[in-house]
Write a protein of this length. Structure first.
Length: 312
């Protein structure tokens, strides 16, 4: 009896296992059929949309080629307006990217993928916002560099004073400006700091006025001294029609009568100021020596209450 029950149980288990195997086999066959059905449907869709795909590829390729030639043309055109190669390259790259993006939009529109286009635009907007927040300092320097270039307020070779530094501009990039000081040190200043703070650019004006001071002995003829100094500077430094050499007596000093003389010079660099002052001092000294005009050195007079103390 017990053996009979075991045999019945075994047959039941075998039948259940067969059913499970049959179900798995049917499921695998169904999945296989669905996969091929989808492949065939994709094939039919590909054949159906093949003209749109080819047209989209042609449009994108044409836009890409157009962006390359437009980039070159923009660089050539801007070379007449913008002096800095970095700015020309930036503008040309922006124009090129805009043309490529236009090609992408047209290509996606031809494929009737409006939902995909919306997703790309939304993702691009979010990514752009994140980048702007993360790199706002760098972007501020970049926009400041573009502003400096477009307004032509600084150029390579100009002598400037800004943010406590003074020197000749060596290079202007989109992020910073390199200045070489008179002691040959290089100072790198972010463009944002230059825009936000006052600066003096000696290269913005072709002519500047400088001055030198001097003193003559009390025995000199003041009017004769004025005429000599004014004529000497006028002959040595050419003055334009609206410019003139100005001579002013300043004070009766301890050992001399002091004056200043102001005149105009070319202002290509701040070094011209030092050179002009040095040359003017030599010219004044030469003309004074020729006419026996004494430039006194400081004199101190000592007095004693008892003259006998001085002898001792």
């Amino acid at each position: 009896m017990f053996k009979f029950l075991l045999l019945i149980q075994q047959e039941t288990e075998d039948s259940d296992l067969g059913k499970d195997v049959e179900k798995v086999s049917e499921g695998f066959k169904s999945s296989w059929d669905k996969m091929w059905e989808r492949i065939f449907s994709w094939k039919e869709s590909l054949i159906e949309y093949l003209p749109e795909i080819i047209l989209s590829l042609i449009v994108f390729t044409l836009c890409y080629i157009l962006s390359i030639y437009t980039k070159r043309w923009v660089k050539k055109l801007l070379s007449k307006v913008i002096k800095r190669a970095s700015i020309r390259s930036l503008v040309a790259n922006v124009v090129s990217i805009l043309i490529i993006l236009t090609g992408v939009v047209i290509a996606v529109s031809l494929l009737n993928m409006s939902n995909l286009l919306k997703g790309i635009l939304a993702a691009g907007g979010i990514a752009g916002l994140a980048v702007a927040l993360a790199f706002q300092g760098a972007l501020a320097n970049t926009f400041s560099g573009v502003f400096i270039s477009l307004n032509d307020i600084m150029n390579v070779g100009d002598y400037v004073e800004t943010n406590g530094y003074a020197g000749t501009i060596e290079e202007i990039t989109l992020r910073n400006t390199r200045i070489r000081e008179v002691d040959n040190n290089i100072v790198v200043i972010p463009n944002k700091m230059i825009i936000e703070n006052p600066f003096k650019n000696y290269g913005l004006t072709p002519r500047i006025r400088t001055k030198i001071t001097c003193g003559v002995h009390y025995d000199c003829d003041m009017r004769f001294v004025k005429e000599l100094a004014t004529d000497a500077i006028s002959k040595h430094f050419s003055q334009l029609d609206y410019e003139r050499v100005e001579f002013h007596w300043l004070e009766f000093g301890d050992s001399s009568i002091n004056f200043q003389i102001r005149f105009w010079i070319a202002a290509e660099s701040y070094l011209n100021v030092y050179e002009a002052k040095s040359e003017a001092m030599m010219v004044i000294k030469e003309v004074f020596d020729e006419n026996s005009i004494n430039i006194p050195y400081p004199i101190r007079t000592l007095e004693w209450a008892n003259p006998k103390d001085a002898l001792e």
